[in-house]
Ligand binder design. Structure first.
Ligand SMILES: Cc1cc2nc3c(=O)[nH]c(=O)nc-3n(C[C@H](O)[C@H](O)[C@H](O)COP(=O)(O)OP(=O)(O)OC[C@H]3O[C@@H](n4cnc5c(N)ncnc54)[C@H](O)[C@@H]3O)c2cc1C
Length: 453
């Protein structure tokens, strides 16, 4: 039986067994020996990737890290383990840089140096204390800054999280300390580096004066209104997300995050047919909203409104989930949304909720938003892998004609050709990796398939 992109189920399983999809679909991957039972390195946050690394090391200084890289055969860094793909894995040594906790604001308050152990939930309160803020955040602040940058993690309405990076320091495959800044030709290749250019020790981000945001949720917008007024709706705030199950011809929730400085927002009792939520909501309407950031127009620091989830609660479905996401050219957003409503019933069993966002174009070579204004189609699946495996190819087939770029940190089954074909600078990226990592220490099966293959 052909499952996806001409690959038979057998081929897909063989690929996973080879480690490229190592335990992305855990029952299957483990059965085929991709993930060693009882590995001390453990799993990713959601538990669908069991790391095949032999050991985990936690260096405390840059010198220790350099020594470790020099002595290692295969080595990769891991952040807070929130990726759903096996992108962080390595057959050798996994390195956690959790001790690299530097947060240092420049004298002119224009930038901040961030150690690679720092999470947004640690960075943002410190910036706030100093009257500063980051420009953009993902749905959760629980992730590390460098882990998020490395996979082009994004929120909605702005550039992705790699956008504000002005410099990055890496330890390359020879153990050398290298700083790349905006002035370097390779910089745009190194920032969304997929962990393949080097092990980053710190990143420098451009910061903004702190600002406040107010968040409103609207419910049950008819699909016809959403589709007809898509551009106006996504421009209604600094950051706007639509949540849907692709069924019943309606968008269940629209989250609108507006700058508090823009003042009150009273579009009336109905906004494109949607009604205001009577209280705070979770993106999955049946779930308790206590894990979510404050809504109902209550102003608060941007970092406590731009993510959907609060740092002191487990985000989303608390790990009982898998994620996929595809970024397409924003000009095709409405057509793609209609295509997904066309398959809504077929994926219903696997789907908890989907989110539709927009991301600004950028110049980072391996960014999912490289030179493309994007609409992002995200899927929070259940943790039933059999259902998820059945649903992903349906979504990919529906989106195929829109040349989607899958999120590097989420699950997908696109063919290598289709992934590679979406990155015009991929040869330059490979060359950059080879220059910094001639022995291929930072490569893994996932990257061998989708980047180096
Ligand atoms: C509940 C939930 C919600 C999410 N919401 C969003 C969202 O809103 N938007 C979005 O785009 N994504 C989202 N994601 C995906 C997630 O943000 C990304 O996968 C992100 O990369 C995870 O960061 P991390 O710190 O966990 O990194 P990891 O998953 O641990 O690693 C990611 C990559 O970064 C590399 N890396 C980490 N540290 C270093 C380092 N020091 N040097 C070099 N490379 C390094 C790793 O090798 C790996 O390749 C979500 C995930 C979850 C679980």
């Amino acid at each position: 039986m052909l499952l996806w992109d001409g690959q038979s189920r057998r081929e897909v399983l063989r690929w996973m067994a080879a480690g490229a999809g190592a335990a992305m679909l855990p029952g299957v991957g483990r059965a085929l020996g991709a993930a060693p039972a009882g590995s001390s390195v453990g799993t990713n946050w959601a538990g669908n990737v069991t790391f095949s690394a032999k050991e985990i090391r936690r260096p405390e200084t840059v010198e220790e890290l350099q020594e470790l890289v020099r002595k290692s055969g295969a080595v990769r860094a891991v952040g807070s383990r929130h990726s759903f793909s096996p992108i962080a894995d390595t057959p050798g040594t996994l390195v956690s840089l959790e001790h690299f906790k530097q947060i240092s604001v420049s004298g002119d308050k224009a930038t901040v140096d961030v150690g690679t152990g720092v999470k947004y939930s640690e960075l943002c309160p410190e910036l706030q204390r100093q009257g500063l803020a980051v420009e953009n955040l993902a749905s959760l602040p629980h992730v590390t800054v460098v882990g998020a940058i490395s996979t082009a993690t994004h929120g909605s309405g702005t550039r992705n999280l790699a956008g504000p990076v002005t410099a990055i320091e890496i330890i390359n495959g020879r153990g050398e300390r290298v700083e790349l800044t905006e002035r370097d030709e390779d910089f745009n290749g190194a920032v969304v580096g997929l962990g393949a250019v080097g092990l980053a020790t710190r990143a420098t981000l451009r910061v903004l004066p702190s600002f406040e945001v107010r968040q409103w949720v609207w419910e049950n917008m008819p699909l016809a209104e959403y589709a007809e007024h898509f551009d106006e709706i996504v421009k209604a705030g600094y950051s706007v997300s639509g949540f849907t199950t692709w069924r019943d011809d309606r968008v269940s929730e629209i989250w609108v995050k507006r700058l508090a400085s823009d003042g009150d927002w009273n579009p009336g009792a109905r906004w494109f047919g949607a009604t205001p939520a009577p209280r705070d909501r979770h993106p999955i309407v049946a779930m308790d909203a206590s894990a979510c950031t404050a809504q109902m127009g209550v102003p608060g620091p941007a970092w406590e409104r731009l993510p959907h989830f609060r740092p002191d609660h487990p985000p989303s479905s608390k790990g009982k989930e898998r994620h996929s996401e595809y970024l397409i050219d924003r000009r095709h957003a409405v057509e793609a949304i209609r295509a997904l409503y066309g398959v809504g019933d077929q994926i219903a069993k696997a789907l908890q909720i989907s989110e539709i966002r927009t991301v600004r174009a950028d110049e980072r070579w391996m960014s999912t938003a490289y030179q493309r204004e994007c609409a992002c189609m995200h899927f929070t699946w259940t943790d039933n892998d059999a259902d998820v495996v059945a649903a992903i190819p349906i979504v990919e087939a529906a989106l195929d004609r829109f040349a989607p770029r899958p999120h590097w940190g989420k699950m997908f089954v696109r063919s290598r050709e289709k992934v590679v074909g979406q990155y015009p600078r991929i040869r330059d990226f490979r060359e950059l990796c080879t220059r910094h990592d001639p022995e291929g220490k930072f490569r893994n099966a996932f990257l061998d398939r989708y980047v180096f293959g």
